[in-house]
Design a protein around this ligand. Structure first.
Ligand code: SF4
Length: 281
């Protein structure tokens, strides 16, 4: 009897990344001149290569693109300064910033305007965090409660989080701040996409004989997803591409689960599913 093959709910790229991919592809079809993304659109070499075949290439700085070309801002978002530089360089800009990230931009700008000292809980240097800080000149980034403990804090503090932050980190930072300021306003800007993907993967992994996790080996979130699955299913394999799948993994297996990291588009998941089906039949 052939094995049952199940793809986990929420497997692969989140809404914001799929939306950005779609926007870039549409732009590549419609634009007259060259199309660039500011940095690689997604940390997935196969996708970046496929996009380059469609005429889309990444640039590091807006000034690296020729005047008249189109520059697409990634799902992570950018600072207003970058947007200005793109306009000054004579580029046509397309904003693929995830709407959830946009909400954080609006939130920090509003907090600053209302006189709050802005704290962003997240990873220093991460492009999303840099983009957020660009929208409030008084914003400071903190990575943990321990870091907050050593900070001088004002009377009124407004807190937001990087969208992919683990909620336990936000909770511990809030706990550290309580009692240190007179007013603490917390806007929970964490996006549930990552947590939902992990929970669905763990649930599926606990019910199958073999679990396949699809995504770049250099993708931190895919590796983490593979660890989450391995904790439930010892026979968990992390592959980048369908042709890495080995028939011996599926011998005598009754149930196979598939999930994928945030930088894996739906097309790659389909290819892996088709290959697993072929190997199991
Ligand atoms: S905010 Fe959520 S949906 Fe948007 S890009 Fe980030 S993880 Fe994806």
């Amino acid at each position: 009897m052939a094995a049952t093959i199940t793809v986990a709910d929420k497997a692969g790229a989140c809404f914001g990344v799929e939306r950005a991919l779609e926007l870039v592809r549409r732009t590549a079809c419609e634009a007259k001149g060259p199309v660039h993304t500011l940095g690689p659109l997604i940390h997935n070499p196969q996708v970046v290569e496929a996009l380059s075949c469609e005429g889309v290439s990444p640039v590091t700085e807006p000034e690296d693109a020729q005047a008249g070309s189109t520059l697409v801002m990634r799902a992570h978002g950018v600072t207003p300064q970058i947007e200005r530089r793109a306009q000054e360089a004579g580029l046509i800009t397309v904003d693929a910033t995830c709407p959830y990230v946009k909400k954080v931009h609006v939130a920090v700008a509003r907090l600053q305007k209302k006189g709050y000292e802005v704290l962003v809980v997240g990873e220093k240097g991460h492009p999303e965090v840099e983009g957020i800080c660009g929208h409030a000149s008084n914003a400071r980034v903190v990575g943990s409660a321990a870091e907050v403990a050593s900070l001088g804090i004002g009377r009124r503090v407004g807190l937001v989080a990087q969208t992919t932050l683990e909620r336990s980190v936000l909770r511990s930072v809030v706990g550290e701040l309580v009692g240190r300021c007179e007013e603490l306003l917390v806007i929970d800007t964490i996006c549930s996409a990552t947590r939902e993907r992990q929970e669905a993967a763990a649930d599926l992994a606990s019910r199958v004989d073999v679990m396949v996790v699809v995504g770049g080996r250099s993708s931190a979130n895919t590796r983490h997803l593979a660890d989450v699955c391995r904790a439930q299913c010892g026979r968990t394999y992390h592959v980048e591409l369908a042709d890495e799948l080995d028939g011996s993994w599926f011998e005598g297996v009754k149930a196979v689960g598939i999930t994928a990291g945030a930088s894996t588009p739906a097309t790659q998941i389909k290819e892996v599913r088709a290959r697993v089906e072929a190997l199991c039949s």
